[in-house]
Design a protein around this ligand. Structure first.
Ligand code: NAP
Length: 493
């Protein structure tokens, strides 16, 4: 914990068109609050502290849950149209302040500014989507098996909800969860990652401006275990959504048992990116670059293992390594930056260890493989990776691309599915039958064939196996925050 110092005011680091978007307080029960202890937030590109946020304790978290519980009935009773109006005002605020929000994100997360702008659009799109989708939370009538009865279902809000969001998508993971919860009629308390709280706090200020009641969307900051523990132990939190590592996801599953909470979990990935020898080489290389290096590789959708059919293997490596070597590394605010810093020094060490481990086991480093100082690691291509290497088994979450050859379709499927993860798989082929077979055989929640970009509000985002449970976005995203109630109506004469 750090002590707040007067020097850390936004004016020293950041010039926003709307300075009030920069909040160094938490948003609890309609009030901006402080605490004695504070958490320092650093720019990962420079290591300079850009601000502090409160390290809230159990009392403040309890106040947030109290306020949300009191506010729940009135919010749940609003018509979906009225909830949609609030959400659409929030959406418009996000678009109006897109540039400031992107700047805040790049400063705290490190991603290139053009990617941060893209994330603000992406984050806002979930708010608009769920504003509309909330109007379509239909129940059903059931043909009755009992004489003289009318059978139906309605969807009702699950209750007070919470979210623990990651640092790699500081805005979109907040709105993908909160917009769905609010549209379904539920208050949500968000605990953003300590590395990137300012994006979430700016969203809280915009929610306030949009007239969303202060107890319906709250942002609490603090140590993960303290806040997570308090949320998980409280029986009034009926559902919690988490995006982050599988390890913490498992801890949350264990913690949820005593209060039987519903959990939506978006956990780690270990995405295969399969290139068959009938694919167009340039198209596949560009797809692999996009799928690997977006968000500097710190993305649960990142291509973690690139499998290339042997006849195309060396040609693919040559072009892919040449294109990777051209990627511009720098501060996210510098024009032309394509790869920003990693989030912290642990992430850099993990990347370096993965590369060393692969080399020790006989892999070739074709480009990169260097710590560049600070939190920067060079875009790297490692060839001849095998299933024994950590790069194959673990999510590297860095700009290190692991490439390995395969001989036939059966081997590609076996290698791709040889992991406990199951979030997304990519496949490049011009053979329609093969594409259809792969779509079925890959044991993943999402499969992208001949494309690298696949996300957006209308799609059900989520994984199988140890990549998580539940779905976010799409019409299914609302279901995570509502319960189906069955009503049996007797019809006496
Ligand atoms: P993490 O260990 O999953 O931590 C995520 C968040 O959970 C942090 O804000 C952390 O707070 C909090 N937390 C930790 N223990 C908790 C607990 N017992 N209860 C509630 N919250 C708790 O992720 P990380 O350390 O940031 O990254 C580690 C790896 O996770 C990455 O290398 C990557 O593989 C994976 N990851 C995946 C995604 C994704 O999009 N699926 C996103 C981020 C990371 P503190 O910071 O206070 O500990």
């Amino acid at each position: 914990m750090a002590t707040r110092t007067a020097a850390h005011t936004p004016a020293h680091h950041i010039r926003l068109s709307e300075p009030r978007l920069w909040r160094e307080q938490a948003w609890v029960a309609g009030k901006w609050i402080d605490s004695r202890d504070a958490i320092a937030v650093d720019d990962p590109a420079t290591g300079v502290t850009i601000g502090h946020v409160p390290a809230l304790g159990a009392k403040a978290i309890d106040s947030a849950i109290d306020a949300a519980s009191v506010a729940l009935p009135a919010w749940a009773a609003l018509t979906p149209d009225l909830r949609a109006e609030h959400l659409l005002a929030w959406y418009e605020g996000m678009l109006r302040h897109r540039e400031d929000l992107a700047l805040i994100m790049t400063l705290e997360e490190g991603k290139p500014l053009h990617e941060a702008r893209g994330e603000i659009d992406y984050a806002a799109s979930f708010v608009r989507w769920f504003a509309e989708e909330g109007r379509r939370a239909y129940g059903e009538t059931i043909p009755s098996h009992l004489p003289g009865r009318h059978l139906s279902t309605v969807r009702r809000p699950i209750g007070v909800t919470a979210a623990i969001t990651p640092w790699n998508f500081p805005s979109a993971m907040v709105t993908r969860k909160a917009a769905a919860a609010l549209a379904a009629g539920c208050p949500m308390i968000v605990r953003p990652a300590s590395e990137t709280p300012f994006s979430a706090l700016a969203l809280a200020w915009l929610a306030e401006q949009a007239g969303i009641p202060g107890s319906i969307f709250q942002v609490i900051t603090g140590d993960g275990r303290t806040v997570g523990g308090a949320l998980m132990d409280d029986v009034r939190i009926r559902a919690l959504s988490f995006t982050g590592s599988t390890e913490v996801g498992k801890a949350l599953i264990r913690q949820s048992a005593d209060t039987v909470k519903r959990l939506t979990l978006e956990l780690g990935g270990n995405a295969p990116f399969i290139v068959f020898d009938d694919a167009d080489l340039d198209f596949a290389v560009e797809g692999a670059l996009a799928a690997k290096f977006q968000t500097s590789g710190e993305d649960c959708l990142a291509a973690n293992r690139i499998l290339v059919q042997r006849p195309l293997y060396e040609a693919f490596l040559e072009r892919f390594a040449a294109r990777t070597a051209q990627l511009r590394v720098g501060h996210g605010l510098e024009t032309g930056t394509e790869i920003g810093p990693l989030i912290d020094s642990r992430a850099v060490d993990k990347a370096a260890q993965h590369v060393e481990d692969a080399q020790r086991h006989g892999a070739r480093v074709l480009t990169g493989g260097k710590k560049l100082g600070g939190n920067f690691y060079s875009p790297t291509v490692v060839a001849d990776v095998t299933p024994e290497m950590a790069l194959f088994r673990e999510e590297t979450f860095s700009p290190v691309a692991a490439v390995l050859p395969f001989d036939d379709e059966a081997e590609a499927i076996r290698l791709a599915n040889d992991t406990e993860y199951g979030l997304v798989a990519y496949c490049y082929t011009e053979n329609l039958g093969r594409a259809t077979r792969l779509g079925e055989a890959l044991d993943y929640g999402m499969v992208a064939i001949n494309c690298a970009k696949l996300t957006g509000p209308p799609i059900p985002f989520g994984g199988v196996k140890q990549s998580g449970q539940g779905r976010e976005g799409s019409r299914h995203g609302l279901d995570e925050y509502s319960e189906l109630k069955y009503i049996c109506l007797g019809l006496p004469d």
